[in-house]
Design a protein around this ligand. Structure first.
Ligand SMILES: Cc1cc2nc3c(=O)[nH]c(=O)nc-3n(C[C@H](O)[C@H](O)[C@H](O)COP(=O)(O)O)c2cc1C
Length: 320
């Protein structure tokens, strides 16, 4: 449960800006993700109301329950943007307290807010009183190695009504380098009574049980390992998925992206997933390169269809 919202399962698609559009979120839900996040959306941008933001707030029934993640730092702005998110149909409002990108932190947003737990407390006090949805946050362990204040931050959130805390086990200045610190995530789980999600370095199905056992967390977020690999939510490693099956999912994903974003943008966005779908697929290097660089939708579909046909016509040795 996230406050009064039931969540049927404990595998969660992490927020992944630039990847987590609706076709990908829906695919992950279909393959077994119990809950999906949007990538971070600017609270100011939502109020400004650009066409792009409007598109990113187009939520669909088949992806719910859905967490919409905002970034910002001024309570009034976050509150006003939250009303738009509520009207758009999100189930949970999440505040980003972990983005390390300078374009976000230089304004004092994202992971920069970790430097000011009192402000985090004020944000949660206002949001949790005014917003009718559960309000949550995704944090990092601190700004840098000298300021790992995750327990202080987690307590400030819980005391001010947060419904769940997701913890990425790195500091902001680590970006994505080094190993995620699962011990620290376990400390957060011990310190608070609201649900805690663990994030960082789940690369395969076996890692899911490992991180759960290590941290005792209530749910596991899967980020980079879900790209080109929605099967992980069904506890299947991509390497175990036959290529023809992979290709049929890729074709569907591609078509959904094109329906959603148009031929050009749909293809460009899909190509980010494509190289991951093809990882260790055993395709000749030139074919893989042609696919991942292809900017002609019909050609890419033809290449994928041919690949599916050629692999399904090769019978496994045991069937001969
Ligand atoms: C390309 C990319 C985009 C990300 N975007 C977001 C984001 O919008 N919001 C957020 O809280 N975390 C974001 N993250 C962090 C992930 O949610 C996750 O915590 C991190 O990648 C570690 O988990 P993993 O090892 O499963 O990928 C992003 C990570 C990557 C690699």
């Amino acid at each position: 449960m996230i406050r009064d919202l039931p969540v049927y399962g404990n595998l969660i698609l992490a927020p992944l800006s630039g990847y987590n559009d609706w076709p990908f979120r829906r695919l992950c839900r279909e393959f077994g993700a119990a809950l999906v996040y949007t990538g971070l959306l600017s609270a100011q941008g939502i109020l400004y109301g650009s066409q792009r933001t409007h598109e990113m707030l187009a939520f669909h029934a088949d992806e719910r329950p859905l967490v919409c993640q905002l970034f910002g730092g001024e309570v009034d702005t976050l509150l006003a943007a939250a009303q738009v998110v509520v009207a758009a149909g999100a189930d949970v409002l999440d505040v980003n307290l972990g983005c390390p990108e300078p374009k976000v932190t230089k304004k004092g947003y994202g992971a920069a807010l970790l430097k000011d737990p009192a402000q985090i407390g004020r944000i949660f006090a206002r949001l949790t009183r005014a917003v009718p949805l559960p309000v949550t946050a995704k944090i990092r362990l601190g700004w840098d190695a000298a300021s790992r204040n995750y327990l202080e931050v987690a307590r400030a959130m819980e005391e001010n009504g947060a419904a769940l805390i997701a913890v990425h086990g790195r500091t902001a200045d680590q970006f994505y380098l080094g190993e995620a610190d699962w011990d620290a995530i376990a400390e957060v789980k011990q310190a608070v009574s609201v649900p805690v999600l663990a994030s960082g370095d789940v690369r395969c199905v076996a890692d899911i049980a490992r991180i759960q056992a290590h941290t005792g967390c209530d749910g596991v977020m899967i980020g980079r390992a879900a790209v080109g690999n929605p099967w992980i939510f069904g506890l299947r490693d991509r390497d175990a998925v036959p290529l023809a099956e992979r290709v049929s999912v890729m074709l569907r994903h591609l078509r959904d992206m094109v329906d959603e974003a148009g031929a050009y943008h749909g293809l460009v966005c899909f190509r980010k997933h494509l190289s991951e779908y093809l990882r260790r697929a055993g395709l000749p290097r030139h074919l893989r390169a042609e696919m991942t660089n292809c900017d002609d939708l019909d050609r890419l579909i033809a290449l994928l269809e041919q690949t599916a046909l050629s692999v399904s016509s090769i019978k496994p040795v045991g069937d001969l």
